[in-house]
Design a protein around this ligand. Sequence first.
Ligand SMILES: Nc1ncnc2c1ncn2[C@@H]1O[C@H](COP(=O)(O)OP(=O)(O)OP(=O)(O)O)[C@@H](O)[C@H]1O
Ligand SMILES: Nc1ncnc2c1ncn2[C@@H]1O[C@H](COP(=O)(O)OP(=O)(O)OP(=O)(O)O)[C@@H](O)[C@H]1O
Ligand SMILES: [Mg+2]
Ligand SMILES: [Mg+2]
Lengths: 163, 163, 183, 183
Amino acid sequence: RYNLFMEAFDFISTKIDSTYKDLTKAEASPLGGSAYLTLEDEEEPYNSGIKYHAMPPLKRFRDMELLSGGEKTVAALALLFAIHSFQPSPFFVLDEVDAALDNANIQRVANYIVKHSGPNFQFIVISLKNGLFEKSDALVGIYREQVKNSSKTLSIDLREYPR
Amino acid sequence: RYNLFMEAFDFISTKIDSTYKDLTKAEASPLGGSAYLTLEDEEEPYNSGIKYHAMPPLKRFRDMELLSGGEKTVAALALLFAIHSFQPSPFFVLDEVDAALDNANIQRVANYIVKHSGPNFQFIVISLKNGLFEKSDALVGIYREQVKNSSKTLSIDLREYPR
Amino acid sequence: GRLVGLELHNFKSYRGTASIGFGSGNFISIIGPNGSGKSNMMDAISFVLGIRSSHLRSSKLKDLIYRGRIDDEKYPADSSDLEDQLAIEDDEDDPNNPRTAYVEAIYERGKDDSVRFRRTITVQGTSEYKINEELVSASEYSNVLKKEGILIKARNFLVFQGDVEQIASQSPQDLTKLMETIS
Amino acid sequence: GRLVGLELHNFKSYRGTASIGFGSGNFISIIGPNGSGKSNMMDAISFVLGIRSSHLRSSKLKDLIYRGRIDDEKYPADSSDLEDQLAIEDDEDDPNNPRTAYVEAIYERGKDDSVRFRRTITVQGTSEYKINEELVSASEYSNVLKKEGILIKARNFLVFQGDVEQIASQSPQDLTKLMETIS
Ligand SMILES: Nc1ncnc2c1ncn2[C@@H]1O[C@H](COP(=O)(O)OP(=O)(O)OP(=O)(O)O)[C@@H](O)[C@H]1O
Ligand SMILES: Nc1ncnc2c1ncn2[C@@H]1O[C@H](COP(=O)(O)OP(=O)(O)OP(=O)(O)O)[C@@H](O)[C@H]1O
Ligand SMILES: [Mg+2]
Ligand SMILES: [Mg+2]
């Protein structure tokens, strides 16, 4: 039990920093921010907590609670993607995770998804922001058919259109 | 106590439907949706609950929990504005309330604010969506000054520029 | 593997049968106005993978079945009156009031090797699981999914609307629990 | 009446003194990138009106005072070591580590009649309230605000980030409580 747990923990905590950097690199801060995990109890880690720290680029606070809405969203996505790299599921479904993000962060998240999506890592993303969905391979448009009082769908492959 | 409570309740429940209609009128549904408040206990209303029902245009469900994220946001704003009409505070501060709204709903909320803001009803709105903030009288732009590690502000009166 | 398509039958706001193909894309976006049915589509994906209905904004499975325009005057929506309930039941073939629903996911394991996962809500309001048209038990269903790397208990690959921020600020105990589930 | 301006002094991410004029507009938008300090500005408005610090994403008042680049090597951020704490205190005039902060709101009651509300965090970590430079008690401060229609207890005019949806789905008991407070 201890070994299994530590194998997962070690793998993810080496991955979390590079994933967070991928999501926070920008012109003003080419290195990105930094993120790490700490164990509250080294002896029996499965019985105590794991603390997650993330520090946006050029900031000094490590306390998660002081981060802004958008900064927390980016930190959360980094954690999810780092965990995924240890235990890969074939697809992700994300429902309006971009709600608190400004345009710069939307671009970084979109670029990350374009770079990492593939035959064994499929992203299904619900979004209202064109900065994100215009980068996808395909769109599923949903509308309400009033007379029948039903949701209807329409699929479009964006790769057939010039970008 | 009973009279004071019922005075507030009656005032707000007559106002809630017209406020909700103001926020949900659209070409497809010129009448808008419908909203109302019900008392769980008519005798001693202050000791029991008040249930809020809102039905988006062309929908049939009255249960708040079945509404979508955007539909709930619109219902919440209608309730806030209806309560305000009974007990007017001089200003409102709204922090990214438009996060779950699609462009059509953003326009309706922006138009409502433009129509109802005035010398005794000031709106201070934090937003990332240009569909909302481009309709305001003035903008306060906030940026981070990296060297000093401090937030800085900049004010612009939009009324001086051609729209 | 990847998800190549979905079929929704009388599930939430989808009346009748709706088939959705994801094509060969690996980055798929679902778009549409507020209230159109986007999150209901995610609920369909979560439902077919075996997620409990309490995570799908409903208290019981029956709430996930499509309900059309219930004529308010005929059966007031909140009526618990037995007579009304029986009358609704009798309208058996009324497309506005179906009594069962299902979601099927077409999953591609590799080239020319695809599997159909189907979860049905029965008339009695219970779940029925099928893999390639064959009835299986819930635990067998989740074992086959597990082999594909789909861990329903961990749910670390599904982020429901409004939940993303709290993933970063979840308590250290919750993070440990998640780590335990995936290790 | 209306809010015509704000002055923040070492409040949260605002180092030194920042003055913001709202001009004569009635619809004012605050914009800027993630993490720039927009919600901190709303916290400043809530703070000066007397809202408790627990609503402002902090556990104690001292957290609301600007903290600059604390040199991690010199004083590790989490150090509870008395020696480090004393050393931080000694850096009294260090602009990165102010020991007090205040927010002042300039409120216009009518033409040529404006009032200055100021709330200060003292060195001891308590609150001090002033109206037009005159020290007043907390209850007097809130009474003057009440006369202007600013009911701190009801808070129905402040919607913090992420809270809007739950206003629609709040429990019937909460809605009754709100109705009681405003009647
Ligand atoms: N069992 C059901 N039968 C019919 N319609 C339903 C059922 N359950 C939910 N709905 C409808 O589904 C709608 C909500 O859909 P959904 O939450 O998917 O919207 P959405 O596209 O995600 O919107 P948003 O962008 O605002 O999040 C509600 O308006 C509700 O009326
Ligand atoms: N006492 C303090 N001293 C200095 N900086 C602080 C203090 N408290 C919070 N901060 C900083 O303020 C930042 C958050 O600001 P804020 O929440 O206002 O952002 P925002 O503009 O609302 O962003 P978003 O659009 O993502 O919601 C954090 O990055 C944090 O480092
Ligand atoms: Mg949704
Ligand atoms: Mg914010």
